[in-house]
Design a protein around this ligand. Sequence first.
Ligand SMILES: Cc1cc2nc3c(=O)[nH]c(=O)nc-3n(C[C@H](O)[C@H](O)[C@H](O)COP(=O)(O)OP(=O)(O)OC[C@H]3O[C@@H](n4cnc5c(N)ncnc54)[C@H](O)[C@@H]3O)c2cc1C
Length: 451
Amino acid sequence: MRESEAVRALRATLGDRLITAEQDGFDAARRVWNADVMTHPALIARCVDAAEVSTVVRIARDAGLPLSVRSGGHDWAGRALRDGGLVIDLTGMRAVTVDAGARTATVQGGALSADLTATAAPHGLVAATGVVGGVGLAGLATGGGYGPLIGRFGLAADNLLGAEVVLADGRPVLAGPDADADLWWALRGGGGNFGVVTSLRFRLHALPSILAGILMFPAAEGPAVLTGYADIVATSPDELTVMTGFLPGPDGPLAFLCPFWCGDDEAAGERLIARMRGLGHPIVDRVQPMPYAAAVRMFDAATVEGNHYLLRSRWLAAVSPLAAEALTDAAHRVTSPFSALVVNHFHGAAAKADPAGSAFAHRVPHHPIEIIAAWSPGEPVDRHRAWADSVAEALDPVALPGGYPNLLGPDDDRRARDSFGANLSRLLDLKRRYDPDGVFSAIPALVNRTA
Ligand SMILES: Cc1cc2nc3c(=O)[nH]c(=O)nc-3n(C[C@H](O)[C@H](O)[C@H](O)COP(=O)(O)OP(=O)(O)OC[C@H]3O[C@@H](n4cnc5c(N)ncnc54)[C@H](O)[C@@H]3O)c2cc1C
């Protein structure tokens, strides 16, 4: 099939939900979270159900069009788009249905984290999501998905109960503990490499509120805050998850601690947070009980619409004094008022899961680091990239092999493979079985190895 025939067939299926590059509104339709993404697909197919996704996959295959899948559009490297390709755009598939009795939720493949938290909240239920509401659940959960509840309830992937997937040949299939166990294993950690996930079912948890918020300290107190963080989380219960690092302040970066206590004993949480306050002289102190849905809105304002981003990521076994020093030094050398350094906390339930039980292999307590360079449109990238690279290099002597696949970049092939550890060979076998032609390319390392 030629491309023009494919466009006719797609138009017959989707009507005006097919958007071509020549059309008005195409630029807005291809926009993703990171305005630095310049990838220009040829066609955007806004599907509304799995049957349409299946038809679109078949047409794209027949026409030899490169395919990509978009849900929340929050991958910093813009892997929801491919140059000259056809985007299966799931932004019109955001429905969420909660079964409060069974404590489960079924979401369509384009649902955002905020869609799920908002729908579960009136039932007093929560889902294990990340910290930003705009992140797509499919991208988050298939890649792993750490967040404020990780210590008590595990990764978003660990809370999946089943999924519906359209495979590379257009066949819709179910994946779950009782249906296609191999695909089920690969989907939880292997990212969007095996098909288009059109629906996901998540376990929910009863949690009326969470003790959460932010403490901010002068940057000079960074080393004390970071090493104090390391001491506190080394011995604290699974119910405490803390983010730390440096965030933009009005006059330069500020050290921060963002605690999330999801235990039943609020007084125990308060005691731990009092210890955190004592690590320095907080200039912002906003920690209080709040609904989970409010806790995961805390960072929404941090994204400046239209900003450009570049991420580097490392996994640390511990936030050692050397790492604390490297991060503090990086904060002092920051090249933009928007850039940030975030230390995440992987522990508890997520670290106790069987490393061979899903594709997500790195199941020991560790700290995923985000080095986030952010700058205004029009500025050249070079000095911001140089800053992010220099921070990553400074951390290399204490970094683990691999890195969180959802945050690795297109050039991090080696790290992506290392991150799957002993699971890599099974994952590559399954990639060859489910997607022999490398149609889906969410984690390039998996595709390159099959080529
Ligand atoms: C501001 C921000 C905050 C973040 N916070 C967290 C966090 O707290 N915890 C965490 O673990 N991660 C976090 N991330 C990383 C995030 O999990 C990944 O970037 C994730 O891939 C985004 O998913 P998405 O659906 O929004 O992205 P998209 O860009 O739409 O997709 C990302 C990748 O997944 C594929 N994909 C998307 N949907 C589907 C689908 N339905 N079927 C098959 N493949 C699909 C895409 O093709 C692409 O390769 C954050 C990222 C940002 C930018």
